[in-house]
Ligand binder design. Structure first.
Ligand SMILES: [Mg+2]
Ligand SMILES: [Zn+2]
Length: 179
């Protein structure tokens, strides 16, 4: 079976809540974080399948349309391509936070559906996120979990590893790849 790296988007791949970006509601709000292109390229080269799994409740709440979300993702794909990096698929939940869907993280439906479709073994895979719902979703699906970002709190939400950035997590993640 395949091994996958499941990546949360905001705060893992791109800036959020920085001096130039609050939320990403349009393509001009989208800035790749340092080293993300190189990190994803290294996952590609190591034979991982790479997915983005992102909560985008802003669509359900009316802050952007699904069409705009897709243009944001086109920009992401283009920026990653400049680093020779690709993602195999982008899964997103557009439901409102209290709608009760099963796709929104901490739900694990996005991870489960991608795993089924791509023949991925979730227990041999890694979920990377910057917030508790990401870690919960990964654990629910049976993945190893990596928490990234500038930690203001000491909480690690039970993640298997904690790093400052996706870039810093690369060696840990590559060690999980079996031949
Ligand atoms: Mg995030
Ligand atoms: Zn949903």
């Amino acid at each position: 079976m395949e091994q996958a790296v499941f990546l949360d988007r905001d705060g893992v791949i791109n800036e959020v809540k920085t001096n130039r970006v609050t939320f990403v509601n349009k393509p001009t709000d989208f800035y790749l974080l340092d080293g993300v292109g190189e990190a994803i390229r290294s996952f590609n080269q190591s034979g991982f399948v790479v997915f983005v799994v992102t909560n985008q409740g802003g669509v359900g709440l009316g802050y952007m349309t699904e069409k705009t979300l897709r243009t944001i993702h086109e920009k992401m794909v283009n920026l990653l391509a400049q680093h020779g990096a690709t993602v195999n698929e982008i899964a997103y939940c557009i439901h409102r936070p209290n709608e009760g869907c099963h796709c929104r993280k901490p739900g694990s439906l996005m991870i489960k559906q991608l795993s089924d479709r791509y023949g991925v073994d979730p227990t041999a895979s890694i979920m990377v996120g910057d917030r508790e719902p990401d870690i919960k979703a990964g654990k629910k699906a049976g993945c190893k979990t990596v928490l990234v970002g500038n930690r203001t709190k000491n909480e690690n939400y039970g993640a298997d590893a904690v790093f400052q950035s996706l870039s810093d997590a690369v060696p840990w993640i590559l060690k999980k790849k079996s031949l």
